[in-house]
Design a protein around this ligand. Structure first.
Ligand SMILES: [Fe+2]
Length: 314
């Protein structure tokens, strides 16, 4: 199986997107979903028939739900500036309008080649971050940071920090890749080989913020011959939060999907769950951070599915 680390992106397009910000769903039972989201580790607010769920980072929401037949509705990305948002809107001749949710700001609604709603937003008010649960420092074999202190977990607050990435099945990878790269200025971290160069299995894409380090992937497009939501992944504070969350969700009787393991591509420790609608949501921690100098690689599907340890990806 061919593998290489030759850069795929030889030119760096304009930077445009700071990060992924939220995913939005329709769910059949809003009350049941709220209970799940709180167990999953969000702080949830109910506003005018919507659930707005946030993590400990200073964003008003990173998950939105409204009542209706189960459906993935849209994914939101934050532009680096108001001007960048206007430039992206101009590429699609789309109009910028005020956002409807608390926190204000403005956004432009685009549709990717499969018709998936992608909103580019900017200017939302930033709430105070929530102090995440703190654990005493980690002692490793070589580095002893916790001296004369016990480990305890007295804080039972939210464990979700932020939305980290979204994974979509796409009809035609090359078409979708070109759209996300031209509109959102994304870079390839790892492209996964497939039947031919024109038909790769997919690719992990990251934001382009120049020298600033970003997550190994913000978007993973899977060349599936169909359009669908696969999963959204939320970062948690650390391994203890992830494992405590795992035990808590299992005790509550929720459906486990995959994990716990550590991906080879991206290095995240992962734990995937199904929400009451069957949408897959992930807790992750300890992921790789890349900047523009890290370039792009080509990897085999075997590597993409592999784990350093723990469960593999089904
Ligand atoms: Fe993931």
């Amino acid at each position: 199986m061919r593998e290489q680390t030759t850069p795929l992106d030889t030119t760096v397009p304009n930077q445009g997107i700071a990060d992924i910000l939220y995913v939005r769903f329709q769910v059949e039972d809003l009350a049941k979903q709220q209970v799940f989201l709180e167990h999953f580790g969000f702080a949830v607010e109910r506003v005018d028939g919507y659930l707005l769920a946030r993590g400990t980072d200073a964003n008003r929401y990173c998950y939105i739900a409204e009542e209706g037949p189960a459906k993935f509705l849209e994914v939101g990305f934050e532009a680096l500036s108001h001007q960048k948002m206007l430039e992206i809107a101009a590429l699609e001749q789309a109009q910028v309008s005020a956002l409807e949710f608390p926190g204000g700001g403005s956004g432009v609604l685009l549709h990717d080649p499969d018709g998936v709603a992608v909103r580019i937003v900017h200017g939302m008010e930033q709430p105070q971050p929530i102090t995440p649960p703190r654990r005493a420092p980690l002692n490793t074999g070589e580095v002893k940071q916790r001296l004369g202190e016990r480990v305890s977990f007295p804080h039972q607050g939210p464990i979700v920090k932020r939305l980290g990435h979204c994974v979509l099945f796409v009809n035609d990878f090359r078409t979708s890749e070109a759209w996300y790269k031209s509109r959102l200025s994304m870079l390839t971290s790892d492209e996964i080989t497939g039947a031919s160069e024109d038909k790769p299995t997919g690719a992990f894409l990251r934001c382009n913020r120049g020298e600033v380090y970003v997550d190994h992937h913000t978007l993973f497009l899977i060349n599936a011959g169909k359009s669908d939501f696969n999963h959204a992944a939320f970062e948690v504070a650390d391994w203890d939060s992830l494992l405590l969350g795992h035990d808590s969700l299992r005790e509550q009787g929720y459906e486990h999907a995959m994990g716990i393991g550590k991906h080879v591509l991206g290095s995240q420790v992962f734990d995937y769950w199904k929400d009451p609608q069957g949408f897959m949501l992930e807790h992750f921690t300890d992921g790789d951070l890349f900047n523009e100098a890290n370039g792009s690689s080509i990897k085999s599907p075997e590597v993409a599915l592999a784990s350093h340890w723990g469960a593999g990806v089904a």
